[in-house]
Design a protein around this ligand. Structure first.
Ligand code: NAP
Length: 353
């Protein structure tokens, strides 16, 4: 009998769902026992329904599993549900899972603005997990909902927070170049994106401007007090398969040198509580000294896609400094991030070690 925690993947057939299925193969703490999708797929086996997009082969364990409806009543065994649902579906069904006593680790944006739902980034705010106790008491449900940030937010909030902890960041201007896989499958038509850049991603700029203030905020025992940072965002879709690149300029409260900022990034360490988690990378931030790095193609898979790559820290003519970040949008920015959050939950609530 396995002593792993039984988990499900909601919307297991999509771009993010497939990453979950792949990353949860042989996971030391979690065993996928249930998978769901839309009505289109319900009743079919995973291999019949899923158009597999990853270069690693479809894991054997999932091929013959039957796809269940995305309905809390259909889930009988799972203690944690990893959600890759479209936001509008997540909005309707995720609370039903929490009411049933299941912990939902969600990629969807549906509940990120709920004051009692944390946007967890273990590099930044592992203590925000404690708000789940307040959530359970207030909403009177035995399970809970926690989210990870938008896949672009996470790429810059990790280094920005590391710099903020030492020197105080007051504002930032961010400019993204986002991969095609961020639009799901089949996503943006080839005729629209080849030889082109699309300077609009629906709802994205607002998320990049809102989420960091909540993630970098303080949990005071009852609520999350937002960080006063002000952000202005431009978001763009580019013809890269995986990994989002972000150029940002930022202002700091303290007088600080370029070397001090680089050294802060190079010496970044994950909070102690996260270091024993199975998906925690050895280096959370990789600082690249080469003048033309980081780049998506070369750097997105470092630390199995769980690192935030940073480079080109230099003076800015308008704000104080600028830099470039690259992170893998469907791993660190989605399934890998949710699994890391699930592991933190498992360590604290389920006493896994
Ligand atoms: P996707 O490739 O379009 O996949 C959509 C998934 O949702 C499929 O599994 C689909 O199942 C399922 N689905 C669609 N309608 C449904 C319904 N009515 N009930 C139940 N399941 C339904 O999308 P994605 O890129 O994986 O994105 C999934 C979620 O993750 C979204 O909320 C997105 O914003 C978020 N996210 C994505 C990324 C990224 O980089 N892609 C990063 C962070 C967060 P069928 O196969 O049966 O149709």
């Amino acid at each position: 009998m396995s002593n792993k925690i039984p988990v499900s993947v909601l919307a297991a057939t999509g771009s993010v769902g497939q990453r979950f299925i792949s990353l949860l193969d042989q996971h030391p703490w979690f065993e996928v026992v249930e998978i769901t999708a839309s009505d289109r797929s319900v009743g079919k086996t995973y291999e019949e329904s899923c158009h597999w997009l990853l270069s690693d082969p479809m894991p054997e364990y999932v091929k013959k599993m039957e796809l269940l409806p995305t309905d809390a009543d259909a889930i009988k065994k799972s203690q944690i549900a990893f959600s890759a649902l479209p936001a509008e579906i997540a909005m309707i069904v995720e609370p039903d899972f929490a009411r049933k006593g299941i912990y939902v680790s969600s990629n969807a944006s549906a509940y990120r603005k709920d004051p009692l739902v944390p946007i967890l980034v273990p590099e930044v705010n592992p203590d925000h997990l404690q708000i789940l106790d307040v959530q359970q008491k207030t909403y009177q449900w035995p399970g809970a909902i926690m989210t990870n940030p938008n896949c672009t937010t996470v790429g810059f909030v990790v280094p920005l927070n590391a710099i903020d902890k030492h020197f105080g960041v007051t504002k930032a201007i961010v400019f993204s170049m986002q991969a095609l896989s961020g639009a799901g499958y089949p996503g943006v038509p080839g005729m629209d994106i080849l030889d082109n850049v699309i300077p609009f991603i629906s709802g994205e700029e607002e998320k990049l401007e809102y989420e960091p203030a909540k993630i970098m905020g303080n949990f005071d025992g009852e609520k999350i007090v937002q960080h006063p940072i002000v952000i202005s965002a431009h978001t763009n879709r580019v013809a890269v398969t995986d990994a989002h690149t972000i150029c940002l300029s930022f202002a700091v409260r303290e007088k600080v040198s370029e070397e001090q900022i680089i050294s802060t990034l190079e010496n970044f360490e994950f909070p102690e509580i996260c270091r024993s988690l199975p998906s925690c990378p050895k280096k959370g931030i990789i600082y690249h000294k080469e003048e033309n790095r980081p780049q998506p193609r070369w750097d997105r898979s470092l630390e199995k896609g769980m690192a935030t790559n940073v480079g080109r820290v230099r003076k800015d003519n308008i704000l104080d400094y600028r830099m470039v970040t690259v992170s893998h949008n469907t791993i660190r920015g989605a399934a890998g991030g949710s699994i890391l959050n699930g592991e933190l939950l498992a360590k604290i609530k389920f006493r896994m070690n």
